[in-house]
Design a protein around this ligand. Structure first.
Ligand SMILES: Nc1ncnc2c1ncn2[C@@H]1O[C@H](COP(=O)(O)OP(=O)(O)OP(=O)(O)O)[C@@H](O)[C@H]1O
Ligand SMILES: [Mg+2]
Ligand SMILES: [Zn+2]
Length: 679
């Protein structure tokens, strides 16, 4: 056995490294910027002295906090003696270890070692001061005793420092004489793209200490953290410490990574395949047929999913930004393969995330301020923040938390989530495309009712979807038998009867590749969209007729057309893209119950289920009710009916119906049988 060579005088070796041009410059820069952290690339140590690098990984405490830190300070004293005197210490922060350790591989073997982990920050506490050196005043003699602190609890002196006194207390903590440092706790989770299929993501607790590493990352950020793995035994009150330890990371450095999904450049032969595919005049058809081939039918929904996967181009103007991502909603009867479609998309999208409306954590879909066990508050990112720059597939969206119902408006249009609660104020990014599914309120979709009546989501949320489709389970002999054949075939073979023309792996790479293209609208495409928009608008210009189509739909059309150009890897949005966008938009509007042939689209009717005349009547009912409330407080229903019938000549049956609707919406309520009141 060969004797392991010790590094002779590691501090001396580090000093040599820090005397190289690069590090001399960095060190002298510290005084200029007023910082105390020296960033050191691991690779520099490795090329300088592989043995030193090895030891650093094995004994990080000794090598970083003592040897490297002392050497850096020594060099600082040479570069700027005055500043060195002022700062007392230089913190060496190592970045860029050769490889990241997957969170799920961290274990006993890593305890005490230096590792690098990558993940998403899911939770963060506010920055809190932590006492490093505590000062205690003896209540007997007034002498101050200083205790260097470590571990989670504040340690008081055992005995007074004064030899004359030597009393065992009591002591009083003196804040002004103690030394504090900023600290913050994070929870880091495996990135969706690192997750083995079907596994729940693991998380790791990370402690940050030092004002140059706290407050660097926010929930939703992708980070790379270098730190020392620690194991602590949780304490059970009255019982003692447990034998199984919990791992956490004491961070040495933290870097926020680029938010773009990892899109490793395709290999030359892959790129060739991708470009070859794009040349196919039937490329859109091919992609549609490759989306969830085991699911029978739903061509138009798969087409919408294609647009969603590729997405439009987001525009950042000096004053506003306009999202490029699409939001698609599927409303459907039970058992119509909605969940299956969503799960498929979450798998194939370069950064896809599947969640139910309730969310999988306390943070739900947007974000939440959580009270920690220890009593502190922390900010936790919900699904949309975690899916930043990806696709969030939200199943059972109608069942989201009430808090999310409010916050999701901002997330869906502005692509941010703002939180101001429990002393935490933050705005997180949520730049995601959304594919949502929901069941009809009444169990089954009722085509003669409006979409707003069919789904328990407010119109303000519905209007943020670019496309809405209805999946209905209607018995149809021909389709049923074909579908049965299709499903039974799958069960028999355990394979899809239709081979996807593009295998999922290649499709994912194709999408990543396409995302790099920013197609621009051609004059011809612009004209088509404009014509359609104006035609729809003018159909409603007639006095008193409802607003047909709004600017939101125009923006949706642009996004869809851009996505279609992208799917063919084209830099230009052609007339055919505009036509396809118009066609699918029409289809979506028709599905939600509008007869386009008459050109009388009434978005109000679609979304709220109230035509203008009906809204007028509802208005009359409400104002009459309010008028009568002034006199009697609560209003007798019978009296209201009489008043309305006499004054406005609305039929009793209609009034009854409208009142029922107002009750259902919660605009008015029944404080007791036969009486009404505005909410
Ligand atoms: N068009 C279809 N092609 C192939 N399989 C289908 C189709 N429609 C439904 N199925 C099958 O029916 C089953 C139920 O589908 P799924 O769970 O996705 O329904 P769902 O729409 O999410 O229902 P729910 O609203 O109750 O959640 C799945 O196993 C799915 O494969
Ligand atoms: Mg489902
Ligand atoms: Zn004393």
């Amino acid at each position: 056995m060969t004797e392991e060579l010790e590094v002779i005088d590691p501090q001396e070796r580090f000093l040599e490294l820090f005397k190289t041009e690069k590090y001399r410059q960095r060190i002298s820069q510290l005084a200029v910027t007023g910082k105390t952290s020296l960033i050191v690339e691991f690779e520099d140590i490795l090329t300088f002295d592989p043995k030193l690098a090895d030891e650093l990984l094995e004994k990080p405490e000794e090598y970083i906090d003592r040897h490297a830190s002392n050497a850096a300070y020594q060099q600082l004293a040479i570069e700027d003696a005055e500043y060195a005197k002022k700062v007392e210490k230089v913190s060496v922060r190592i970045v860029g270890l050769l490889e990241a350790t997957p969170l799920r591989k961290l274990g006993a073997a890593n305890i005490g070692k230096l590792v690098m982990v990558e993940g998403i920050v899911v939770r963060s506490t506010p920055v809190r001061p932590m006492v490093m050196r505590a000062s205690f005043k003896c209540k007997r003699c007034g002498e101050l005793t200083f205790i260097d602190q470590s571990g989670p609890f504040l340690r008081a002196p055992f005995q007074c420092r004064s030899p004359q006194c030597g009393s065992k207390g009591p002591f009083e903590f003196v804040q002004e004489e103690s030394k504090f440092i900023d600290s913050q706790d994070l929870r880091v989770q495996e990135r969706p793209e690192d997750l083995p299929p079907g596994q729940l993501p693991r998380t790791l607790h990370v402690k940050l200490v030092g004002d140059e590493i706290v407050d660097v990352a926010r929930p939703g950020d992708h980070v790379s953290i270098v730190g020392i793995v620690r194991a602590v035994a949780p304490t059970m009150p009255k019982i003692g410490k447990l034998r199984t330890f919990v791992l956490h990371l004491d961070a040495n450095s933290i870097e926020v990574l680029g938010k773009e999904p990892e899109a490793p450049l395709p290999l030359p032969e892959e790129e060739e395949k991708i470009l070859e595919l794009a040349k196919d005049p039937w490329i859109h058809r091919k992609i549609i047929n490759s989306i969830a081939p085991s699911i029978y039918g739903y061509e138009h929904i798969k087409e919408a999913i294609m647009y969603l996967l590729f997405g439009g181009v987001s525009k950042t103007l000096p004053d506003i930004t306009i999202r490029g991502d699409l939001n698609v909603l599927l409303i459907g009867d039970p058992g119509t393969a909605k969940s299956q479609l969503l799960q498929y998309v979450a798998r194939v999208a370069p950064r896809g995330l599947y969640t139910s409306g309730r969310g999988t954590t306390a943070a739900g879909l947007t974000a939440a301020v959580i009270r920690e066990k220890g009593g502190g508050m922390s900010l936790e990112a919900g699904a949309l923040v975690l899916a930043d720059k990806g696709i969030a597939c939200i199943d059972e969206m109608d069942k989201m938390r009430p808090e999310d119902r409010v916050a999701i408006h901002e997330a869906m249009e502005q692509h941010t989530v703002s939180v101001a609660k429990g002393g935490i104020v933050a705005t997180l990014n949520a730049r995601t495309a959304i594919l949502a599914a929901a069941n009809p309120t009444l169990g089954r979709y009722e085509p003669h009712r409006s979409i707003a009546e069919n789904i328990s989501l407010p119109i303000t949320i519905l209007s943020r979807f670019d496309l809405i489709f209805v999946l209905r389970d209607i018995p149809n002999k021909e389709i049923d038998s074909k579908m049965a054949e299709h499903i039974l075939e799958i069960h028999k073979k355990g394979l899809s009867p239709i081979e996807p023309p593009i295998p999922p792996d290649l499709l994912r790479k194709y999408i990543s590749y396409a995302k790099g293209i920013k197609p621009v609208l051609t004059q011809e495409a612009l004209r088509r969209l404009n014509d359609f928009y104006l035609a729809m608008r003018s159909a409603s210009e007639v006095e008193g007729s409802p607003v047909a189509i709004t600017a939101r739909q125009l923006e949706s059309l642009v996004r869809i057309a851009e996505a279609r150009a992208r799917a063919a890897l084209r830099k230009e949005v052609l007339a055919e893209d505009a036509e396809a966008a118009i066609a699918i938009m029409k289809r979506s509007l028709e599905e939600v119950g509008i007869d386009l042939s008459s050109y009388k689209i009434d978005i109000d009717l679609i979304m709220t289920g109230k035509s203008k005349t009906m809204r007028d009547k509802l208005q009359i009912i409400l104002s009459t009710l309010l008028e009568m409330e002034k006199e009697t407080g609560t209003v007798e229903k019978a009296a209201l009916l009489n008043e309305l019938e006499e004054k406005y000549k609305i039929s009793r049956a209609e009034i009854e119906r409208l009142i029922k609707q107002l009750l259902r919406e919660g605009t008015i309520y029944e404080p007791r049988e036969g009486y009404l009141k505005k909410t």
